[in-house]
Design a protein around this ligand. Structure first.
Ligand code: FMN
Length: 173
């Protein structure tokens, strides 16, 4: 049997990606829902790829897969919110991760949302929420990395446990 160099390289890349995902599954991460509203409509997804970049001025980074059905909605609206989930919202995280089959704007039928277009939706049951104006987007590998200038920060339930994802499971911490 002949194995071409191309398929050998592709197999090695697949193995490296799977190994990377396995290693990353051991890293506990906070769970958020990214949400947007405006001229392009409502969009939202569960996300762990959220980083605080600076407090002066307050700036967040989020990363959305180019395969996400809502990435163009985020880009067109130019605003988004980062909703930090409480330990009680694991079921909502499943909905916004597409695991219950609910897609698009219908996801907002679940959860206690404050809709306020053209500002982004805010989840009332979040521990904290940040409203952002999209200032920069860059495609890196498979993801659109988006920089958000924080326009409002809300503290809703600072004393409550947060939702964490580790070993491919939700945990309240
Ligand atoms: C805990 C967790 C974290 C996730 N983090 C991200 C993320 O940071 N970026 C991303 O693009 N997708 C992430 N996802 C996957 C999206 O939530 C999922 O693909 C969602 O269905 C995308 O929305 P769409 O159906 O509108 O494409 C995550 C899923 C889970 C369960």
């Amino acid at each position: 049997m002949t194995i071409s160099n191309d398929s050998t390289i592709a197999d090695a890349e697949d193995r490296a990606s799977a190994h990377f995902r396995d290693a990353m599954s051991l890293v506990p991460s906070a769970v958020h829902i990214l949400a947007t509203d405006g001229p392009a409509g409502l969009g939202g997804l569960t996300a762990s790829a959220v980083v605080s970049i600076s407090d002066t001025p307050p700036t967040l980074l989020v990363s959305i897969s180019q395969t996400s059905g809502s990435v163009h909605v985020f880009r067109e609206n130019g605003v988004f919110s980062v909703n930090v989930l409480s330990g009680r919202d694991a079921t909502l995280a499943e909905v916004f991760a597409g695991r219950t089959g609910v897609r698009g704007a219908a996801r907002f039928d679940h959860g206690a949302w404050r809709l306020q277009p053209p500002r982004p939706p805010i989840l009332r049951s979040a521990v904290a929420a940040f409203e952002c104006r999209l200032t920069e987007t860059r495609l890196i590998a498979t993801h659109h990395v988006m920089i958000g200038a924080v326009t409002s920060a809300h503290i809703f339930a600072g004393g409550e446990e947060g939702l964490c994802y580790v070993r491919r499971q939700f945990k309240s911490v």
